[in-house]
Write a protein that binds this ligand. Structure first.
Ligand SMILES: [Zn+2]
Length: 52
């Protein structure tokens, strides 16, 4: 059922941290339902909220 929400851009973001990167770029978020990743820094790219 959660995939339906993902398809409309309502991902269940979970904050993660990549120890291999370091700095602010180490922080990212992963959707617990579909596994999609996104950085948490910088402005969101236009259109990134809709599909790929
Ligand atoms: Zn998702």
């Amino acid at each position: 059922m959660g995939w339906i929400l993902c398809h409309v851009g309502r991902h269940l973001w979970h904050h993660e941290r990549n120890p291999e990167v370091g700095g602010r770029e180490a922080d990212y978020e992963v959707c617990l339902r579909c596994g999609k990743e996104r950085p948490v820094y910088g402005p969101p790219a236009p259109g990134s909220l809709i599909g790929m």
